[in-house]
Design a protein around this ligand. Structure first.
Ligand SMILES: [Zn+2]
Length: 280
């Protein structure tokens, strides 16, 4: 709740007191889903389970983990998106450890298809790590340095984001524009050139971000649009803390460490783990 919200207790026409303005307050149960997904991922990692290993049927897993069918389904979807497990229906079905996907660099739910040599791939991992690790600095610096021109531009981009819901191609185009505009709004030449270098090596080794395979693309873009709109709006109103907290969902910290690409530097994975711990 915002500080402004606390003082806004007014009476309605019937004289009953009215609570604060709840616009923008979102309650979700993601943390439970994430905890279940993390528990399964940790089991796969700690037991060093080989690709193809059987984890159980959905019914067995639901009973073992004492969770509802809906929670298990959402947790499994998270793990499927991250390339960690496969889920097959039927008598011989069940949940198994997935074969690793070596054709792409995995970072959270998005995947960057590898297009170059092994060296290009390794450099792409380093570039993406720097790009993601600097996002908190970028949004904070932009929030402080924002000019009227930036404000107009970012407001326009926010509207383009809204318009791209359900159209992944439009979304990924606007997505790039969002990040470019946020970076420009920092007016920090050193930061700008550092991030441009990181982005260039990521571009040289990959085909750019793609939506996770096997997922409802419309739902994916809707969720990604919401995350970016919130970050842009937080920057527009100078709320650095809100922008940082939403960056958690952007992908700086939400990742399933075990499933992330081996191409990502260990220091970056440590940073993600720390962020995730401190933001709950
Ligand atoms: Zn983004």
């Amino acid at each position: 709740m915002t500080q402004e919200g606390v003082g806004h207790t007014m009476a309605d026409k019937g004289g009953r007191p009215r609570g604060p303005d709840w616009a923008g307050i979102v309650v979700d149960d993601r943390s439970k889903v994430e905890r279940v997904a993390d528990a399964l991922a940790a089991k796969i990692e700690s037991d060093s389970m080989a690709p193809g290993s059987f984890l159980g049927t959905k019914t067995q897993l639901r009973q073992q983990l004492s969770v509802s069918p809906a929670t298990l389904d959402m947790a499994l979807r998270v793990l499927v998106d991250r390339g960690l497990v496969t889920v097959r229906p039927g008598v011989k079905g069940g949940v198994r450890v997935a074969e690793p996907d070596t054709s792409a660099l995995h970072l959270g739910r998005a995947r960057w298809r590898l297009t170059g040599s092994e060296v290009d791939a390794e450099r792409a991992g380093q570039g993406l790590a720097i790009y993601f690790a600097l996002q908190p600095l970028i949004v904070a610096t932009a929030a402080h340095a924002l000019t009227d021109v930036d404000h107009t531009k970012l407001t326009d981009i926010r509207d383009q984001l809204h318009a791209s819901v359900g159209d992944p191609q439009a979304y990924f185009t606007v997505h790039r524009t969002v990040h470019d505009a946020l970076l420009e709004a920092t007016h920090d030449e050193v930061l700008i050139s550092t991030v441009q270098t990181a982005t260039a090596v990521a571009d040289a080794g990959t085909g750019g971000p793609e939506p996770p395979q096997g997922e409802d693309v419309a739902a994916y873009t809707a969720e990604r649009v919401a995350v970016h709109v919130d970050i842009v709006e937080a920057v527009l109103r100078g709320d650095v803390r809100a922008a940082w907290l939403r960056l958690r969902d952007h992908g700086v910290t939400q990742h399933d460490i075990a499933a992330d690409s081996a191409l990502l530097p260990q220091g970056f994975l440590d940073l993600q783990r720390f962020w995730r711990e401190v933001t709950g």
